[in-house]
Design a protein around this ligand. Structure first.
Ligand SMILES: *[C@@H]1O[C@H](CO)[C@@H](O)[C@H](O)[C@H]1NC(C)=O
Ligand SMILES: *[C@@H]1O[C@H](CO)[C@@H](O)[C@H](O)[C@H]1NC(C)=O
Length: 282
């Protein structure tokens, strides 16, 4: 539900010509052409919800931290977000679920025009109970990303197609990492020989490669599952040092000087008036 179009900027470099002939990049991540996941096969998978409805995916990366796409919460009042862990069928009342509120939001220089640094960490208002249905994902080491040809799995609760309703059951899709038509500031994937991929809808979900979270669903170009442009993810391996600096920091250190704001990158963000509010698509 957070799809929106952004102008094709110079950041897309050699793709600019094609990107201007086609519609601009679109923030995305519904799964087209995937299959239902086994219940709780991916216990780190998170549904971000507002007013009872799913709007973005996310990944549990610590008992009290969820990683998602920055554009998912850009311009939202994060206090309206409910973090749902342990879900599989969004149409059922599942006893496996654990619900949390967002206490604090950490960004790392998200640029909504160039679509870089599309990563956000959501600090929960408590710690998840780790069990068979709710588990913390594994991240790569800093700069240990994935190269061309690596097989990965994308997943999400987004729509199954542009004109179709969202599925209740978590969908998964095998994808292949590609480096053509892809910037160094993204990880990109394609599905060879058929039309499948992420699409308009809920972004923020994980790209899992060899058991590690290597990407966060960020945007598509052209159309959903165009069969030509790869899908683009935020490159998690480029952010691991920053992630660890947030999730491993000691809790609640008293401020060095009373009344002073923490000036560092990644400090809590006050919800802005938001010129880039995502536009609902349904
Ligand atoms: C955290 O937020 C959830 C959802 O709003 C609420 O049900 C829960 O009681 C809160 N937990 C704590 C420890 O405040
Ligand atoms: C699809 O992904 C799953 C999970 O990663 C893997 O076990 C399976 O071998 C993959 N299938 C193909 C055809 O690559």
């Amino acid at each position: 539900m957070t799809a929106r179009r952004v102008p094709a900027g110079p950041a897309l470099g050699p793709l600019l010509l094609l990107a201007t002939l086609l519609p601009g990049p679109a923030l995305a991540s519904e799964i087209v052409g995937g299959r239902p996941a086994q219940p709780h096969a991916w216990p780190f998978m998170v549904s971000l919800q507002r007013r009872g409805g799913h709007f973005c995916g996310g990944t549990l990366i610590a008992p009290n931290f969820v990683m998602s796409a920055a554009h998912c919460v850009d311009g939202l009042n994060f206090r309206s977000v409910v973090v749902v862990l342990g879900a599989h069928d969004l149409g059922e009342r599942e006893s496996t679920r654990q619900l949390f509120a967002v206490q604090r939001v950490f960004e790392n220089g998200f640029d909504p025009v160039r679509l870089v640094n599309d990563i956000v960490l959501l600090q929960l208002n408590g710690s998840a109970t780790i069990n068979a249905n709710v588990q913390v994902a594994r991240l790569p080491a800093q700069n240990q990303g994935v190269g061309n040809g690596v097989q990965c799995l994308a997943m999400g609760w987004g729509q199954l197609g542009t004109a179709q309703p969202p599925p209740r059951i978590l969908q998964e899709l095998n994808v292949t990492v590609v480096t053509t038509l892809c910037r160094r500031s993204n990880v990109c994937t394609l599905v060879p020989r058929r039309r499948a991929g992420i699409c308009f809808g809920d972004s923020g979900g994980p790209l899992v490669c060899n058991g590690l979270i290597q990407g966060i669903d960020s945007f598509i170009r052209g159309s959903c599952a165009s069969g030509f442009f790869p899908d683009a993810f935020a490159p998690v391996a480029q952010f691991v040092d920053w992630i660890n600096s947030i999730i491993r920091r000691p809790p609640a250190l008293p401020p060095a000087r009373p009344g002073q704001q923490d000036p560092e990158r990644g400090a809590a963000r006050v919800p802005p008036p938001a010129p880039h509010r995502p536009r609902p698509t349904q």
